[in-house]
Write a protein that binds this ligand. Structure first.
Ligand code: SF4
Ligand code: FES
Length: 240
């Protein structure tokens, strides 16, 4: 059975018919149908955030975010073109130079959506000059380490802590280039929140910011999720 035959309504993505249900976005329907549209801040458990712009697709000559675009009968969507992927590569390169992403020494290497997406978009080098920001890690919590140097500001931890855990441990603050992930405690330290390792926020981070302590490299490099299969071949729910 094809994706299109599951539903009476379809749109086309790069010339392929994609079935959708009422209320689904283009990204949701495409992902469920097994068609990859690059994304970083979208997660199937949460409403779209629309901040990373990686999911930009072309519709009627305009770039729009597939994660916020409602699927409509007959819509013609272009995603996998050299021009659009080139723009995605630039966005990824800017994310890499804005933080400190030293993949070989990162516990999340091979499980990191940023790294996997960069591979999928053919990014081989940061291209732009590195910022090398100075962002101290927060090792105050007994069980959880925060390395802010790798944050891509996807706000998934903000949404998970607020909407699933009911705690509101994280927030995004500041503006423009000063935008940062913040910990909601008087001291600003994670130890002074009620976050635990069992929280959804503790396992949602698509990159290597929120890490459990004392559990480094339990799965060897080379055997991790994106080491085994590229992100473009993975199903919803496998990402985080
Ligand atoms: Fe996203 Fe992780 Fe940064 Fe939270 S810590 S905003 S989940 S990258
Ligand atoms: Fe759509 Fe981030 S996935 S803007």
């Amino acid at each position: 059975m094809t994706a299109a035959s599951l539903s009476a309504k379809t749109f086309t993505l790069d010339g392929v018919e994609i079935g959708f249900e009422r209320g689904q976005t283009v990204l949701q329907a495409a992902t469920r149908a097994g068609s990859y549209i690059p994304h970083l801040c979208w997660h199937e458990e949460f409403p779209a955030h629309g901040s990373c712009r990686l999911c930009g697709v072309m519709v009627n000559g305009h770039m729009v975010c597939a994660c916020t675009l409602q699927a409509v009968e007959g819509l013609v969507v272009q995603s996998n073109t050299d021009e659009i992927n080139g723009q995605r590569k630039k966005l990824l390169q800017m994310l890499f130079i804005e933080g400190n992403h030293f993949c070989p020494s990162c516990e999340k290497s091979g499980n990191c959506l940023l790294q996997a997406t960069a591979y999928a978009m053919g990014m081989e080098a940061p291209h732009f000059e590195e910022f090398y920001p100075d962002r101290p890690v927060d090792a105050s919590h007994p069980d959880i380490l925060l390395d802010f140097n790798r944050c891509i500001l996807c706000a998934l931890c903000v949404r998970a802590s607020r909407d699933v855990d009911g705690k509101g441990v994280f927030a995004i603050g500041g503006r423009g280039i000063s935008t940062r992930l913040l910990v909601n405690s008087e001291s600003g330290a994670l130890a002074d929140t009620d976050m635990t390792l069992q929280d959804r926020a503790a396992s949602i981070c698509p990159v290597g910011v929120i890490l459990p302590k004392r559990r480094g490299f339990a799965i060897p490099i080379g055997q991790r999720r994106f080491d085994l299969r590229p992100v473009s071949d993975q199903q919803p729910g496998e990402h985080q």
